[in-house]
Design a protein around this ligand. Structure first.
Ligand code: HEM
Length: 389
């Protein structure tokens, strides 16, 4: 996608063009993308969009179960967005995130210990997606064995969000969403009776104290956390490790200096963002970056394009963990700035440190296949031969 975004940026950082056969605005400049994400004239709620065109999120044509997505802060605008986000923020405290640090360490070690007996590993299945699944399960207070559902549930959401959802699968997708909804309804009930030190109990307290959250919204929030924090973080870990294996000098630098892991995570986020782009809808006729836009038009903000804008950083096409000008929009910006960014950074840092220090003489087997997706950047699988120490 990077060459495509580069060419678009060279024509105009905010360009009206066909994208997958659909005309829309494509923003590839860093400054423009950042300004737009902070600009309240660009909104999330698709129902206000021009429904004649293709929509990135199929809320209008979807079965009622998917209406659940309407209750997620990610798809709302102020004031509902602010209300939902503030409530989750209250439960998603820095203390709760920091508490995860030793938990993430031990999950990562446990997963690698399990790999010890084998000479070959499939990184995604054995490690990089399991780690965030266990972490979110821990955070929400979901029993560990149930995290195996996460993959299925988040895949369903991705199909809705991505550009090529196979609508034939709609029936089974609907069933999966109903299952997920029921699962969290039951868990919320259990926690109401027996509160614990987890996010769901925190949300129940917020609901009872402020009475500003209905049960649908609580269920939607739990699911949002699963799908926002699972695939993305898994892809960050896989993308980062693959980039390090492809850049032996960077890999060696990290082996010699563990203080560089946070920088390696930031550069991975910049260079290979797990979410390539996000969308907004134009709320009213307006002029932005010299372009006249009309109400209802869709704007794709190419985070991956902005992250390689040469007007804000030197040699953006180089992967360099010691660059002094690493800037990225991989967690977006403005009101929807990723709520889980500190947690994702912590997971990425610990995961890369464990992989680099515990896998000896790693070697990629075969040609890793990219995930087929317009929105997400990751791999289908990454086979590695390595001794685990
Ligand atoms: C929102 C990226 C991990 C929770 C977002 C957005 C991006 C993003 C780009 C904004 C979407 C938009 O503006 O349209 C990422 C990446 C991650 C990651 C790249 C991993 C590397 C996480 C984790 C969690 C999380 C671990 C929580 C467990 C959320 C939530 C929102 C969000 C709740 C919605 C915020 C809002 O609408 O106000 N994320 N995320 N994310 N993310 Fe993340």
């Amino acid at each position: 996608p990077y060459a495509f975004f580069r060419e678009a940026r060279q024509r105009h950082p905010v360009l009206w063009q066909e994208f997958f056969g659909v005309p829309m605005w494509l923003v590839t400049g860093y400054k423009e993308a950042e300004a737009l994400l902070k600009d309240a004239r660009f909104i999330r709620e698709v129902r206000k969009a021009d429904t004649s065109g293709h929509q990135p999120v199929h809320l209008e044509s979807s079965p009622p179960e998917v209406g659940l997505m309407r209750n997620m802060m990610l798809f709302r605008d102020a004031p509902d967005h602010t209300r939902l986000r503030n409530l989750v923020n209250k439960a998603f405290t820095p203390r709760m995130v920091q508490k995860q640090s030793s938990i993430i360490e031990s999950i990562a070690d446990h997963l690698l210990d399990e790999c010890r007996a084998r000479p070959q590993h499939e990184l995604i299945r054995d490690f990089s997606h399991l780690l965030p699944a266990f972490v979110i399960a821990e955070l929400l207070g979901v029993p560990k064995e149930d995290q195996s559902f996460f993959r299925k549930w988040s895949n369903v959401f991705f199909q809705f969000i991505d550009f090529n959802p196979s609508m034939e699968r709609l029936e089974s997708m609907t069933r999966d969403i109903e299952d997920a909804k029921r699962y969290f309804e039951t868990l919320i009930e259990t926690r109401r009776e027996h509160p614990r030190d987890d996010l769901i109990s925190g949300l129940i307290v917020a609901k009872e104290k402020y009475d500003q959250l209905n049960t649908e919204e609580m269920v939607a929030t739990c699911l949002l956390l699963v799908f926002a924090g699972y695939e993305t973080t898994g892809n960050l870990i896989t993308n980062g490790y693959k980039l390090l294996l492809d850049h032996p000098s960077m890999y060696d630098m990290l082996r010699g200096n563990a203080a560089l892991f946070p920088a390696a995570v930031e550069e991975t986020l910049r260079y290979e963002p797990p979410i390539l782009m996000v969308y907004r809808v134009v709320s009213d006729d307006l002029v932005f970056a010299g372009q006249s836009m009309q109400q209802g038009q869709v704007v794709m903000i190419a985070l991956a394009g902005a992250n390689r804008d040469p007007s804000v950083m030197n040699q953006p096409e180089d992967f360099n963990i010691v660059r002094s000008d690493c800037k990225h929009l991989s967690f977006a910006s403005g009101p929807h700035y990723c709520l889980g960014a500190p947690l994702a950074r912590l997971e990425g840092e610990i995961a890369l440190r464990k992989l680099v220090t515990r896998l000896e003489k790693p070697e990629i087997i075969g040609q890793p296949q990219r995930k087929q997706s317009v929105i997400f950047r990751g791999y289908e699988s990454l086979h590695i031969r390595a001794e685990v120490v």
